[in-house]
Design a protein around this ligand. Sequence first.
Ligand code: ATP
Length: 938
Amino acid sequence: MEDLQINITSAKKKNTVKNRPLNKSVSDYKFVSKPNITGNIVARKRPQNAISKKFTERYTGEPKSKVSKVTDTAANKSDDVETSLRDLSENKGKFHGKNYQDVTDDMIVNQKQRSGGWISSLFKNNPDVPRIGQRAVKPVVEKVFAGKFFADLNLHPHSIANLKQNMNLTELMTVQQKAIPVILQGRDVLIRSQTGSGKTLAYALPIIEGLQAIRPKINRHDGVSVVVVVPTRELAVQTYELFVKLVKPFIWIVPGLLSGGQKRKAEKARLRKGLSILVGTPGRINDHLRHTHSLNFAKTGCLILDEADRLLDMGYEKDVAAIVKAIEDHKIAATYDPIALVKQNMNKKVTEDIEVQKDEAETEETKIKYPLTEIFLSKERQTILLSATLTKAVQNLAGITMNDPVFVDTSEGKALVADSLKNIVEENPKNQNKLKENNIKEQVIATKHNESTQNKSTTSQEESEPSQEESDSESKHLGALKKFTGVGTTKFTEKAAVSVTKNNNSKVATADESDSDSDYEYFKVQKEIESNKTEQKPEEEEVQAPKTNMFESALKTAIVEDELVLPATVNQTFVVIPMKLRLVSLCSQIVQHCILNKKGGKMIVFMATLEMVDYFSELIETVLTGKDVKGKKRKDNNKKKNSKAKTNDDEDESDSGSEFEMDFNTPGEGGLVPVDLDVFSLHGSMPHEQRMEVFKQFRLAKRGLLICTDVAARGLDVPRVDLVLQFCAPASATDYVHRVGRTGRGAQVGAAILFLLPSEGEFVRHLEQKRIRLRQSDESTVLEALRTVAPGAPTMQRAAIAVQARLEHIAHSSKEWLARASRAYTSWVRFYSGYPRDVRQWLDARQLHLGHAAKAFALRETPAALAKRARSDPKLKKEKPSNRLSVKEDEEKRRPGFANMKPKIFGNRLVNKQSSMHTASEYDSGLPPLNTFNKKKA
Ligand SMILES: Nc1ncnc2c1ncn2[C@@H]1O[C@H](COP(=O)(O)OP(=O)(O)OP(=O)(O)O)[C@@H](O)[C@H]1O
């Protein structure tokens, strides 16, 4: 650290005016960093007794020129060392903006050495801000609205009326126009369209449509028909709420929510009562799969994986695999459980009798209109994957979980609906016919073969009943084969399945024996069956000459090109800001957007770590609003705890509560004017209720600021957010897209600002490669809005200094504040060194000036001192993220092979391990963490 800083706290104790030894030398004062001086003293002398006079002059309306200013640095230099130091020590603890009036901007800019606490070095020794410029990038655009209407689709009139009356929706969005008909056909679909383009409704609406058409009407006891898996609790709540709105006209369809953090008992009760649509986070769904017997997927006809890429790159792949397997297992089990079948039929009969009269009136409606409805009534399953961004892992997931899928991509220029049943060179009708013929032929052969096998087996049945294991194995392959026979849309018959299974018996058995209970092995078996089948049908290969179908080739192209799409209505800019000015610049942007904006701005600020979110949200709120946020929160907490025995720490804190009396009315340029601002914070480690409350409140708020981690980057649909500010660069271009995507939703206008350090400027090139276009905005005006909160400051620089002084004052006002500040700082340093390899060349930790970084956290200590503090902070001990599939050892024993499930089931993850560790802690599933400590001990 090249700047010199004097540890004022320690100086305070030793050098009070009274006790100061007369012959004190410079070296007697404790310097916390290497002095960057050549022997001269750094502090500027304030003329004795000048302050009160100056204040009087200023506030009695005296012209500026009359205020005495220390402008002659030479004169200062000539002052003797002792006086200077005394002056400095007298100012200790008075690190308020009012002291800055002694310093002109020229002085600040020109001073070569940094003085101690009372002269800010905010504008000193900052690196030059480079002009990054902008390359000619033609962004990919998507047409948001289709120009067609819900009424144009063949939907239930009640649905259309409900959309209009309760949600004010009439016009179709492009993705809805393309996806709804395909989903209603019962096809597996992979949907990619930009953020805020209405993907949720694109799958939710046809699903309700398919469910409502089932006759006799389904009821909650019929079991879970639809499973929707999303990566975060907030998204789960949001999706659940949409379903609640959509089922209004069809009250017999019951949606339910399972998300981390809620009480298991209540959820269990809800599951026992029965649900038709289950929305949840993967961790919690799995938790119930293991512990709640009433949760059964035997009747699940539709599986939706929203934000599919996130589900995989957050380490949820095991959970996703377990859910897919559970659905298949439960379905297989139900197929072969005669008692269940009898019960089911009995139930059906009873319900049918009850419903028959009701339904008489609506005979027309009772006709099943959609193939999707048939899927719900069959043993089939439809799978829908969605995201605004695709990865190789999603492609692999699609390969494993989908059958003859359709790819819906809405980006303009290559907007497509690519169907896996169509070859790229298709269009030779002869080939098509042959294909169909062969499919039919195959079925007939399979059925005949099966019949003969069945006859044989019937004759031998009395002699030897097939063992349970055998039938289990058959049924497993039945499930697997359904996916991999490639018989097109022709529904797979159980008979055919059995016969083909038998054909494959030898090889399958080997795979099965190896580890029949492992999900991973299960998927491997499926793959093997697929390849076996291909081997066994050489004649067909001749006909199916082009191996790649439209789906595969379109998806591959989309992944290879890796072009990202953002709403054209979002104005994207970046601003290069030196490290030390980042915090004040953020404050300025907040004031600019949330206070000065007459319409009332709503803004989201993305930070790197939850420690930063906690610290900055309270610090900024305290400084800008003048409220003792911490004190208030502490009081609330204390109330909740019924003020039990207080720890020493608590006492410290309560003492410190009164320590910073906010002197907003203090005249002087350092006095800040409080503003009216609602600050919300959100991260994955917040208590569940608080997290939900914040989400709810911020959605309802007309204006305000949300400071959050990437936990809010996916899928959240908060109305009226008109600015997204990224305080820390994202870990990938994909993360950038999802963060920015929180604004400009549904074709609304929005803005996005990315803060970059001078060393990070080239990161823009990386974004440009993905066809994201950003404009560099002028950094010289970024601080302008601070003059509103520091009206006494003659320039924006001095306003910034005043705000920084206040930030630092608060950050050092108590032990607890200081601990939180250094925790936030340390977490950020750790975060920074963990950027994924592919972006590390632009976001290089070695380029960081840690001393300057401390300033951006309102800290005055040196990096070395902060590192020392971090080492002794028990709260900073790295915790293992608890979002992975939490299977305890005893459970593993019950499910042999589960523990052996290898990572990367769905292939290589694009985001490497470090990057997924970045935000891992944000995605708490609500499950108990693995007790790794005990494991090691054992
Ligand atoms: N047909 C429509 N007309 C107008 N607004 C719509 C329509 N369909 C959906 N919306 C609105 O558009 C907004 C964005 O929808 P949604 O959350 O489904 O986007 P998304 O594509 O899932 O975004 P993300 O990729 O960020 O998850 C929501 O506020 C929703 O109410």
